[in-house]
Every structure is written in C-alpha cells, then in structure tokens.
Design a protein around this ligand. Structure first.
Ligand SMILES: Cc1cc2nc3c(=O)[nH]c(=O)nc-3n(C[C@H](O)[C@H](O)[C@H](O)COP(=O)(O)OP(=O)(O)OC[C@H]3O[C@@H](n4cnc5c(N)ncnc54)[C@H](O)[C@@H]3O)c2cc1C
Length: 336
C-alpha cells in the first residue's frame, strides 16, 4: 500500500493550494479528485467567468486561476489521482488512517478534506446513444479545446456552464450549435448576449437532444423541437454536455466527522482540525462561526491548517511554520 504524509480529498482551488503548501513544508501529499480534471468549481462550473476578489489579480478567469494553481501545486510534485473518489477512512492502531478510494488505498497519518460541495459527477445527457460515444465525440468535460479547431460542435444546456463552454469552444470551432430545452437561457445577465453575438454560434430552442447516432464522426445529433415540428438532424464532430454536475458528499458522511448542517464539516477555526485526530478540513466544506465561502478564505484556511498538519505528521518539527522566503526547499527544487 502506498504511503503519503497527507491525503488531500478534493482537487479544487483549496486542495491545490494545500498541495503546494504541503510540498513547500516538506510533506509528501496525494490529491484525490473525483473528476478527470483538477480545479473544482473553477473548471467544472464557471471556467470563463472572471474573478475579481483573489489577491494579486485585478481580474482573472476561473480557468486561468485554476491553471496557475495547478502549476504551483505541480511544482511540488504531489501524487495526483484523477477520476478517483475518496470513499472510506479507517483509523489504525497507531493513529494513522487507511484512506480507501474507488481505485486503491493509501496509508496516511493526516487527511485534509477540501471536498467543497462534494464529489462532482456529471449529469448524464438524456439522449439515446450518447453513452456509446462517451469520450469519443460525446464529452462531459471537454478535452483540450484546440481539438475542436475547425469542427462543428453541439453544446447542450441553458445555464452558465453551457454558455461558458459554448463561448470557449466557439473560439476554436467552425460552428457551435447551442441546444436548450427552454426558450430562455438561465445564465447570469449578459452571458447569453455575449455568446449570441458570436458569428459562429447558432442557438436551437426550445429543443432537446433526443439521440446521438452514427458510426464514426461526424455524429448525427437528432434534435426534437419541443413546440412541434419534425425532428432535425445535425452532423457534428462533437457533443459537449453543459448540464453541469451533481455534487455528493456520499461516504464522507460515514467517516465519523461532526457535520454542521447537512453539507459542512465542523472545524476548530484556530487549526482547521475536525473532531477526528489528524483529519482537517478547509475551503467550502469547512464550517465555523463567521465562515465566508470564498476562494481567498479557503487559501487562508490552508495557511492556518498547515502548521497543525505538519506538527501532527512530524511532531519533531515544533513551532510556527517558517515564512516561505526562509525555505531553501524552493531554491533546491528543479523547476518542472
Ligand atoms: C458561478 C460561481 C461563481 C463564483 N465566483 C466566485 C468569486 O468570484 N470569488 C470567490 O472567491 N469564489 C467564487 N465562487 C465560489 C468558489 O468557487 C468556491 O468558494 C471554491 O471553489 C471552493 O473551493 P474548494 O476547493 O473548497 O471546493 P471546490 O471548488 O468545490 O472543489 C472541491 C473538489 O473536491 C472534489 N471532491 C469532493 N468530494 C470528493 C471525494 N470524496 N473524492 C474525490 N474528490 C472529491 C470535487 O469533485 C471538487 O473538484 C463562485 C462559485 C460559483 C459556483
């Protein structure tokens, strides 16, 4: 069984910053993330939105911030398990834990839960045949956007996620077909207008993707017009779901953690410790009086948690964390 100093449950912005901090302070970390990509809500829910309240950036898109956080984390070479859900936590006689995931198990003295809203899983496209092409033309998380260059792409959904994807894909694709089952889009003000203003986006409303047919690409996307009229078939090279994600805490609720309400783990804000020794929580999932769910708050919570985590894992290293400016580790580590 693999051993790490720290298991980080959730690869959102807070988990990523925690991986960087752990590395900086000499702890070997593993990040476990249920989605096939890092970034949490930033990449899954609002990649194209601008964030104005993260220190150091007057304005940054969520996905650019996620990229920067991934770069910073990877500089410290944490182990990363993508598409893997943390499932069980079993205390051991020596105070360490076996963290069981959907794939394998790790032995760790400390766990930092940065699970946000819970493990994300995509809402499935309710279209016949869509599952046959998953990953081969039908995507819940698009591959590298440059793969859409010059192609015709169908995006399903009417909220921020779908419109963000439509905007981004339209920067590369020949044509984007945006399909939504209602007449009105549910996005924040101005978002739909921005997408509609693009010359290579066509919206189809109120319409439903009924089936995805075809052997190889192009796929045949069958659209049903919900206010009557015959089905329409459009040839596209890719179908991207913008239906969003379900978030489930799932078996985290069975770890013996004290919850505050249904969705948040109660922590001591002076250490971010939970009621389980060696188990800490930060970011959206951590609750204490006065909690504000912001990225900046989560970063601060990582700063608070890291000293107690280091003291738990390496009791011989007593005292406050040194400033990063005093650490030789960064200078010694080759850039990756
Ligand atoms: C539309 C929108 C706009 C926003 N704008 C702002 C803004 O302008 N400024 C700001 O500060 N905040 C903003 N937020 C809030 C911000 O995104 C969150 O505060 C932040 O993402 C919390 O980060 P996190 O790492 O705690 O959790 P998340 O980003 O939710 O990441 C948690 C990750 O953990 C994974 N996970 C959960 N459980 C498991 C498990 N058991 N096993 C494996 N993986 C698991 C999830 O899949 C997810 O990827 C916005 C949110 C939304 C939805």
């Amino acid at each position: 069984m693999e051993r790490f100093d720290l298991a980080i449950v959730g690869g959102g912005p807070v988990g990523l910053f925690a991986a960087a901090m752990a590395g900086l302070h000499g702890l070997g970390a593993v990040i476990v993330e249920s989605l096939p990509q890092l970034g949490g809500q930033l990449t899954a829910l609002y990649p194209e939105k601008r964030i104005y309240d993260v220190a150091g950036f007057a304005s940054v898109t969520a996905q650019d911030l996620a990229r920067a956080l991934v770069d910073q984390a990877m500089h410290h070479r944490p182990a990363v398990r993508l598409g893997v859900t943390a499932a069980g936590l079993a205390p051991q006689a020596d105070g360490s834990y076996i963290l069981a995931t959907s794939q394998d198990e790790f032995l760790v003295p400390a766990v930092l839960v940065t699970a946000g809203l819970g493990a994300f899983t995509p809402r499935r496209l309710p279209a016949e045949g869509a599952d046959r092409f998953e990953g081969r033309g039908v995507y819940y998380i698009p591959p590298s956007l440059s793969e859409f260059r010059g192609k015709d792409v169908l995006v399903v959904g009417g909220g921020d996620t779908a419109l963000d994807w439509a905007w981004e894909i339209a920067q590369h694709a020949r044509m984007v077909h945006l399909v939504h089952r209602r007449r009105e889009f549910r996005a924040q003000p101005g978002v739909f207008e921005r997408v509609k203003g693009l010359h290579n986006v066509a919206s189809h409303t109120p319409c439903e993707l009924r089936a995805v047919l075809g052997g190889e690409t192009p796929l045949q996307a069958v659209l049903a017009h919900l206010e009557g009229g015959a089905d329409e078939t459009i040839a596209v090279q890719a179908v991207v779901s913008g239906l969003g994600f379900h978030a489930q805490l799932g078996s985290l609720k069975e770890w013996g953690l004290t919850f505050q309400g249904a969705h948040a783990i109660a922590v001591d804000p002076s250490s971010m410790a939970t009621n389980l020794p060696g188990v800490f929580a930060a970011g959206d999932i951590a609750a204490y009086p006065g909690k504000v769910k912001l990225i900046a708050t989560g970063f601060g919570e990582v700063g608070i948690a890291m000293g107690p985590i280091r003291a738990h894992v390496r009791p011989e290293l007593k005292g406050a964390l040194p400033h990063s400016t005093n650490l030789r580790a960064m200078a010694d580590r080759p850039q990756v």
